[in-house]
Design a protein around this ligand. Sequence first.
Ligand SMILES: NC(=O)c1ccc[n+]([C@@H]2O[C@H](COP(=O)([O-])OP(=O)(O)OC[C@H]3O[C@@H](n4cnc5c(N)ncnc54)[C@H](OP(=O)(O)O)[C@@H]3O)[C@@H](O)[C@H]2O)c1
Length: 329
Amino acid sequence: MACKINIDLGNGKQMPALGFGTWQATDAELENALESALEAGYRHIDTAYVYENEAVIGRVLTKWIKDGRLKREDLFIVTKLPPTGNKPSGVEKFLTRSLKNLNVDYLDLYLVHTPFTFAERGEDIHPFNENGEILIDTSTDHVAVWKEMEKQLKAGKTKSIGISNFNKKQIERILSNCEIKPSNLQIELHLYFQQNELVNYCKGKGITITAYSPLGAPGIGVLLKKLNAAKEIPDELANETVKKIAEKYNVTPAQILLRYTVQRGIAAIPKSINPTRIKANISIFHFELDNGDITELKALDQGSSGRVCDFKFFKGIDKHPEYPFPECL
Ligand SMILES: NC(=O)c1ccc[n+]([C@@H]2O[C@H](COP(=O)([O-])OP(=O)(O)OC[C@H]3O[C@@H](n4cnc5c(N)ncnc54)[C@H](OP(=O)(O)O)[C@@H]3O)[C@@H](O)[C@H]2O)c1
């Protein structure tokens, strides 16, 4: 079941509302998962330079294009400028590397991954010091970086440009100083963290939203466990209201969470390496939530306390002047 709904990016381009997340899979897992995803009809693929998986994605996509199962223009490929490259000199350099890794001539959407910058230390994407703290570069200048993003768009290296993890104030600053506005903001967004204020603000400015961790951030739970960070991630898939609505439509709780997001006009990019889940996660276009369901799901928002991904797994990141989530300090 292919993704049947597109989101209008406001610049003549369309983004499939249901995309495939690719963070935290090994190359072998991702190779199989991407095959399953393409077979299931996913055409929007979300990656990032820091996921270190662009090359495997490039290999699978090249194979599909070469043997005629896909055309480049069928795909919507998203990748992101790494925090170490979040400075004017980093934009062209890292975008060029991502194009090479993915083996494509252009991206569909290039995002500034984070509003903060890490210090550049060779090829280290996560430069930690001996105390386990992340090395930050406080010279971040969003307006100067954005000008370089606009240049890449004009040069045809990407069809659209956007940002990720920026707060309202940071977005406002770009909007007041840009020639081409961001087409998309990618943020953590799920049932317990519905981001109504930021979503409404962006909608008013013609900026589309993509929800990352749309299943309630279980993937971040996996990362925190690896880092031995004690943080309990609430299981949204086990929520009784979600389970009740899932039974009503004879679908899974994950399908309800994804359908709810897409029905709000927001793109969602669930990650899975399990073929059955991959298929189910995109099969959300044969039913529609009614007003009663929407009222019940809306009421489950926990506001800013629902945030899981505060980036504090990068010890010391909140000392960066552009750390975006002051409510977490
Ligand atoms: N811009 C950013 O800073 C940023 C940050 C985080 C994520 N992202 C992007 O957003 C994508 C999604 O976010 P995410 O990976 O954090 O979280 P997610 O998609 O909400 O959750 C992924 C986790 O849920 C499991 N899962 C997937 N489908 C399921 C289903 N139907 N039922 C039960 N469990 C299911 C997956 O396990 P299995 O693989 O075993 O199925 C995986 O552990 C990422 O892959 C990445 O592309 C962007």
